[in-house]
Design a protein around this ligand. Structure first.
Ligand code: ZN
Length: 207
């Protein structure tokens, strides 16, 4: 479990990133950290991308229905405007935000905020997702969570898409994706139409 660093009154901010595959418990971990801050009467603002409307417009809802109120925003720059002066800024589904997000998080941390980001590190092809690679690099504290592979029971680091489609942003809950380990993910990709990802990360269709 992530143990927060020592708090002080110096108001020096930092960035925490929680990443992993689908069903690895990212949102639950984000909610756990944020709820503790709310209990301590810290000023907390929570954001998610407006494009993610799977469950609820105003709440971060994880797969087990644990919920916390949040704001849906269209652009990363909206966060900077709305979170000015708060103690703790939570950001869920960070992979869906635009490329300004790393800059926004850096600025908030410089201004003294504790910034906690949750997001998928890999897309359905196993490639880096959105701004997550930059955010992982920026993070002062990084937590990589694992799901359990539904095929073999090993630790899962990949989100395997069960339906075909080439949209990176296709959203999914249980049934559309399943967590898989590296071995079972690549075995599945070999069997599907999306048969091969070369070392440069380019998708090649089976001939
Ligand atoms: Zn497996």
């Amino acid at each position: 479990m992530f143990i927060e660093p020592g708090f002080s009154n110096s108001r020096r901010g930092w960035i925490e990133v929680i990443c992993g595959s689908m069903f690895s418990g990212k949102s639950e971990e984000l909610i756990r950290r944020l709820k503790r801050s709310l209990i301590a009467h810290q000023k907390v603002e929570i954001f998610k991308p407006a494009s993610d409307q799977r469950y609820d417009d105003e709440k971060i809802v994880s797969h087990d229905k644990n919920a916390i109120s949040s704001r849906a925003v269209d652009q990363a720059s909206d966060i900077l405007r709305l979170a000015w002066g708060v103690d703790v800024v939570g950001i869920d589904e960070a992979q869906f935000f635009d490329s300004e997000l790393p800059k926004v998080c850096e600025e908030l941390a410089i201004k003294g905020a504790r910034v906690i980001i949750a997001g998928l590190d890999k897309d359905y092809l196993g490639q880096p997702f959105g701004s997550m690679p930059k955010l992982l690099c920026q993070a002062d504290y990084l937590t990589k969570l694992h799901a359990i592979c539904v095929q073999c029971g090993s630790l899962a680091t990949h989100s395997y898409r069960l339906q075909e489609g080439d949209e990176q942003f296709m959203l999914g809950a249980k049934g559309e994706y399943e967590p898989r380990c590296r071995h079972c993910f690549h075995a599945g990709m070999q069997d599907s139409k999306l048969s091969k990802i070369d070392v440069a990360g380019e998708l090649k269709l089976k001939q």
